[in-house]
Ligand binder design. Structure first.
Ligand code: PRP
Length: 184
């Protein structure tokens, strides 16, 4: 397929095939964990929209989906530490088994905030699922219950992840050439 973004990618970190395989395994793991429990998948927008769509279809369990949109990066490559809710829950989550679905766990600021937020809203249990885990940059004591890939401290885009709102439609996880963001 033609791509006008490919020239901005330094290297591919996780291929489309690897993503497909791992998402299928993660869906199966969630099936085992939540069979009969009617979990509520909670996609954290915008980054998780690609992953959550694939993950739900890889987990043929009776479940429903809710979204919340938060941001802490603005247009930077490092977290500001302040999490802002841009779009809030549209339903009562009291007593629900929540499966938070994130594209990346980096500083941990977003998930530390969301975990408290959802507990305060009455969630019965919270399970954290992230496609990518970047432990090198952790600032908050948050761990994923299920993680797809542990990645090194490099700025990644694709499969939902952006730089300045671009590259979310790149179908693999790639590392951006440093000159792309140093030019801005
Ligand atoms: C990204 C990502 C996670 C968060 C993880 O969101 O989608 O939500 O950062 O980083 P952290 O562990 O350091 O908090 P971002 O704020 O870039 O918004 P987006 O999902 O709209 O891209």
């Amino acid at each position: 397929m033609r791509s006008e973004m490919e020239k901005d990618i330094l290297k591919v970190l996780v291929t489309e095939e690897e993503l497909k395989q791992r998402v299928s395994e993660m869906g199966a793991a969630l099936y085992e964990m939540f069979e009969g429990k009617n979990p509520l998948f909670l996609g954290v927008l915008k980054g998780s929209f690609v992953f959550v769509a694939d993950l739900m279809r890889a987990c043929q369990i009776k479940s429903d989906i809710e979204f919340i949109a938060v941001s802490s990066y603005a247009n930077a490559t490092e977290s500001s530490g302040r999490v802002r809710i841009n779009y809030d829950l549209q339903q009562d989550i009291t007593g629900r088994h929540l499966v938070i679905v994130e594209d990346i766990l980096d500083s941990g600021n977003t998930l530390a905030f969301l975990k408290q937020y959802f507990l305060a809203k009455g969630a019965a249990t919270i399970t954290i699922v992230t496609l990518l885990d970047k432990p090198a940059r952790r600032e908050k004591a948050v761990t994923a219950d299920l993680a797809g890939f542990t990645i090194p401290d490099e700025f990644v885009v694709g499969y939902g992840l952006d730089y300045a709102q671009r590259y979310r439609n790149v179908p693999y996880i790639g590392v951006l050439k440093p000159e792309v963001y140093s030019n801005h």
